[in-house]
Design a protein around this ligand. Structure first.
Ligand SMILES: NC(=O)c1ccc[n+]([C@@H]2O[C@H](COP(=O)([O-])OP(=O)(O)OC[C@H]3O[C@@H](n4cnc5c(N)ncnc54)[C@H](O)[C@@H]3O)[C@@H](O)[C@H]2O)c1
Length: 362
């Protein structure tokens, strides 16, 4: 790697690349030097939107990876391409940031963990929700003992409608509707990764997972895996759940996906609520804490879904400069993937999946 800013290439300049670009564009320690997408017009339009005048545009992954002027690749491809693209990026000697979920099966994850751990350069799986400022604040409060020992986490994903949401191109929905490309449903497996990451972040790995996964028509005729209810049991008599409900006629405020996300964590002596993620329901405080008979609202926390991307990317750039592990490591990402796959498996089999058993969720 040369001295000076880390030279970044974004691979897959689709819907979500706009939020990844923000920190790379504004952080003095990075510079976007190349964009790769099989659709060169899309990549060129992103270069224009992001004010990049001297960026290389490639349509072929191998050509992009052979470029000596690229230090770090941000891989933002459909899920079935994550494993081959990440392995190629490792073989090409690049610093890697691979979008969640790391891949689509535990067999693939094992390959990726082995390759990442044998690699002498940094490898990150990008999970942003745990960098969302209200989540960071909640974690800090919990680590200070604000609610005692956390006993339960309740997570709600609530897609709805929003006049202010961004456009999601049909192509970004099309591959998500194919199990062979997405690896699982759009709300339980894809967006669900963020929710399983939150449960893992606050409570650790579960012992058992049980899921009911529904099926309903979403906007534009796409299928949503809602209404769904997924329960988890953690060691030490602690529990949690993820409830996914699609409210087609409920309006909410967002600049990104038309979805609200809410979290309630109950401890031995108090409760924390995180209100909002992708979207907001009116003027609810981003964070609230109940303990000792009093409610404290935290309203001076930055919100906006893009903040989670900015802070996750900033954390990686700092780790690259100062040392320290990325968040997530490949091994951590495998734990979260296993959690999500256990939910899919439970619904398929109609029974609880015991992750303590050998082969659980395979
Ligand atoms: N962290 C988050 O909150 C979040 C949100 C949305 C999406 N994502 C993730 O980001 C990734 C991309 O999602 P998206 O919504 O931007 O999808 P998208 O379909 O909008 O973008 C994918 C891009 O990859 C390009 N592409 C596909 N195959 C290619 C190939 N072989 N070579 C080069 N380019 C190719 C497509 O042309 C498209 O532009 C997925 O892994 C998804 O899970 C994460």
């Amino acid at each position: 790697m040369t001295k000076g800013p880390i030279r970044v290439a974004i691979i897959g300049t689709g819907r979500i690349s706009d939020l990844h670009a923000i920190e790379y564009l504004q952080n003095p320690s990075s510079r976007i030097v190349a964009l790769c997408d099989r659709d060169p017009d899309l990549a060129a339009s992103k270069a224009k939107d992001w004010g990049l005048t001297d960026v290389a545009i490639e349509t072929d992954l191998d050509a992009l990876l052979s470029r000596a002027d690229v230090d770090l690749v941000e891989i933002l491809l459909p899920h079935h391409l994550h494993l081959p693209a990440a392995l190629k990026a490792i073989n090409a000697g690049k610093i890697v940031s691979l979008q969640k979920p790391m891949c689509v099966s535990l067999e693939e994850a094992d390959q990726l963990v082995a390759a990442a751990e044998a690699y002498d350069r940094p490898f990150k799986v990008f999970e942003n929700f745990i960098f969302y400022p209200p989540v960071l604040k909640a974690k800090a409060l919990i680590d200070e003992g604000a609610i005692g020992t956390p006993l339960s986490i309740r997570i709600k994903s609530n897609p709805a409608r929003s006049a202010t949401a961004w456009d999601v191109p049909p192509a970004a929905n099309a591959w998500r509707q194919k199990a062979t490309e997405a690896g699982g449903g759009p709300l339980v497996f894809d967006d669900g990764h963020h929710k399983f990451a939150l449960a893992w972040h606050f409570m650790g790995e579960p012992d058992e997972v049980h899921a009911f996964i529904g099926d309903t028509e979403g906007p534009g005729g796409i299928r949503f895996d809602a209404q769904s209810q997924i329960s988890f049991r953690f060691p030490g008599n602690r529990i949690g759940n993820l409830e996914i409900v699609y409210s087609p006629d409920m309006e909410l405020a967002t600049r990104h996906y038309a979805q609200d996300d809410r979290v309630e964590i109950t401890g031995t002596k108090g409760i924390i609520w995180i209100n909002g993620g992708h979207g907001r329901l009116a003027e609810t405080p981003p964070l609230a804490l109940y303990r000792d008979g009093a409610m404290t609202e935290y309203r001076d926390i930055p919100t906006g879904w893009e903040q989670s991307f900015v802070l996750s990317t900033r954390h990686y750039l700092e780790a690259l400069q100062n040392g320290g592990p990325p968040v997530l490591t490949a091994r951590q990402a495998r734990q979260i993937l296993r959690f999500a796959l256990a939910a899919e498996e439970s619904a398929r089999l109609g029974r609880t999946v015991d992750l303590r058993a050998e082969g659980g969720s395979r």
